[in-house]
Design a protein around this ligand. Structure first.
Ligand code: ASP
Length: 317
């Protein structure tokens, strides 16, 4: 038994690579790192790695994390600049007994010392988006539709589970802003005795519910991942609306150590990818019902084609 689940359609190619490793008996740490790197390296995904959208100073500052569900080791980097694969740096950090979460310059110094690949992560395309956004009226800072943080949960044949995230965070964020993605329990959590979860959406709100940990906790109580995701998302969404009048985007995926999976969201248009034994990786679209419950369907061929077309279309400035 093995499996993998990931946020957003953009994870598909990476999940394909990771799933192949798992099928051949590979390690959940290697598979999840390989899968996230694939997303980081693809320049047209403008919210992760190379080609990620910059902060308000036009710098690409990246957040990433890795968790080993056997040992509960965690590694994370935040606001790191000029390194090609933040997820790999996070994973390396997860092996450190202390100093395993590093930010900014400290993270860069560690990456340099460990010989990680340096790269200017700001593409001409990302600069064009930046200039375009500058010309538009001041807008509320929020995740933009359909292609945000990549977050994954992975189960290998030995029963080991891992979770990993990678993101450029919110477009036009303040320099030094850190979202949920490198924060254990909020952006991700994995415990091989139970399962794992990962989040995408408005980091500031996801963190208010420590929502990935909450989902793992609910699974530990015996809930199916679907039930756990729905309950956690619905209740955080409700609390935020009650106390603050509104809730940011909250989209979650989870898998337990039996390979059962679930997803929940408070927005329309959340897509995610699932790979499991005996099936090709598939893209699902979540539809949010009036009652806050989610239903899923497999993405159609038209949707898939349209997705790539819009991702790669020239930027109209
Ligand atoms: N959760 C990420 C953040 O707040 C953004 C996202 O998922 O789009 O940095």
């Amino acid at each position: 038994m093995w499996g993998m689940i990931a946020t957003w359609r953009m994870a598909l190619e990476g999940v394909g690579k990771g799933a192949e490793m798992l099928r051949q008996g590979g390690d959940a740490g290697d598979a999840v790192e390989r899968a996230v790197r694939e997303v980081e390296d693809f320049p047209y995904y403008k919210s992760v790695g190379y080609g990620g959208l910059p902060n308000e100073d036009m710098e690409v500052e990246l957040d990433a994390a890795f968790m080993d569900g056997d040992t509960l080791d965690i590694g994370a980097v935040a606001a790191i600049k000029d390194y090609a694969n933040p997820v790999s740096i996070a994973r390396r950090l997860s092996g450190e007994p202390v100093n395993s979460v590093l930010v900014g310059e400290g993270a860069e110094r560690f990456a340099h010392k460990e010989g990680f690949e340096r790269k200017n992560m700001l593409t001409d395309r990302a600069k064009a988006f930046y200039r375009k956004r500058k010309k538009e009226d001041e807008q509320e800072l929020k995740p933009y539709k359909g292609h945000d943080t990549v977050g994954m949960v992975c189960l290998d044949q030995k029963g080991k589970m891992t979770a990993a995230t990678s993101t450029s965070g919110l477009f036009m964020k303040k320099k030094g802003r850190v979202g949920d993605s490198p924060i254990a329990g909020s952006g991700f959590y994995a415990d091989s005795k139970v399962g794992g979860a990962s989040a995408t959406g408005l980091g500031e709100d996801l963190m208010k519910g420590c929502i990935s940990y909450e989902i793992v906790r609910l699974m530990k109580e015996g809930l199916h991942p679907q039930e756990a995701c729905e309950r956690a998302v619905l209740s955080l969404d409700r609390e935020l609306k009650e106390r603050r009048g509104k809730a940011g985007d909250l989209s979650l995926i989870a898998m337990n150590n039996k390979g059962e999976w679930g997803a929940a969201t408070n927005i329309q248009g959340f897509s995610f990818v699932v790979a499991a034994e005996g099936a090709e990786p598939k893209v699902y679209l979540a539809t949010l019902g009036e009652d806050g419950r989610c239903t899923f369907q497999e993405a159609s061929r038209e949707w898939m084609e349209d997705y790539m077309r819009t991702r790669m279309a020239p930027v109209e400035e």
